[in-house]
Design a protein. Structure first.
Length: 230
């Protein structure tokens, strides 16, 4: 029986540009060739502080997709997504060790912007706007087993949820249940966001337990089939 997964007609009805550009019936893509094409991308080369180095991980069997903001300087150097303190905190939220987190057979990691965008006065610059519309629709179409997508930070939420976002990041995260089963919005786990977490203690008390349940379900073999209750 075919496994239920998000489609363009049901997952983002109010203008999230990330899903409208692909259809669940699109022909499968050769993922290895596509990843090689992505890693060779030079579209933003003139706008980046370093030579382009797209950082992402994916395999056809992935069930969970993690969409963050963009690689930081440390990740750009290592080529390993979430290989920094933000990644440590994210893994803690998920209750995962590094081995499980980097299991590409089950978890794909594709940031909104694929290369380190540089640093401004307040920290890293926003993801380059060219990346997501250019690559995300094709990459998602090549990942037919996706069950759940974690949208980490405002840029990922803006791209995928569009007008369905709340007026603030806190409002979007607090309403996470409205976006299930396809999407789970989260704040960015950066150490720079300590003040946000101190002001929103409900996040770790209420949202993290649900996050762990949803991720465990998405990665399990007991995922509801089409027509079955979720």
């Amino acid at each position: 029986m075919a496994m239920a997964r998000p489609t363009s007609s049901s997952a983002s009805p109010e203008g999230g540009t990330g899903v409208a550009a692909y259809r669940s019936g699109d022909a499968p893509t050769d993922l290895d060739a596509l990843l090689a094409e992505v890693r060779a991308c030079r579209v933003c080369a003139g706008q980046l502080p370093n030579p382009p180095r797209p950082v992402l991980r994916a395999a056809v069997g992935a069930r969970l997709l993690i969409v963050g903001q963009a690689p930081g300087r440390r990740v750009q150097a290592s080529g390993i997504p979430w290989d920094d303190p933000s990644g440590d905190r994210l893994r803690d939220w998920l209750g995962m060790d590094r081995g499980d987190f980097y299991d590409t057979g089950r978890i794909a990691i594709i940031p909104t912007g694929l290369c380190y965008p540089g640093t401004g006065r307040g920290g890293d610059l926003p993801p380059r706007p060219e990346c997501a519309p250019l690559w995300h629709p094709r990459l998602r179409a090549a990942l037919p087993g996706l069950r759940l997508t974690l949208l980490i930070g405002g840029y990922a939420q803006a791209y995928y949820l569009g007008a369905r976002r709340g007026p603030t990041l806190a409002a979007t995260v607090a309403a996470y249940a409205e976006h299930l089963p396809a999407w789970f919005p989260l704040p960015h786990p950066s150490p720079r966001n300590r003040l946000w977490f101190s002001r929103h203690a409900w996040f770790e008390a209420e949202v993290i337990p649900s996050l762990r349940r949803q991720v465990a379900l998405a990665l399990s073999d007991g995922w509801p089939q089409a027509g079955e209750p979720g």
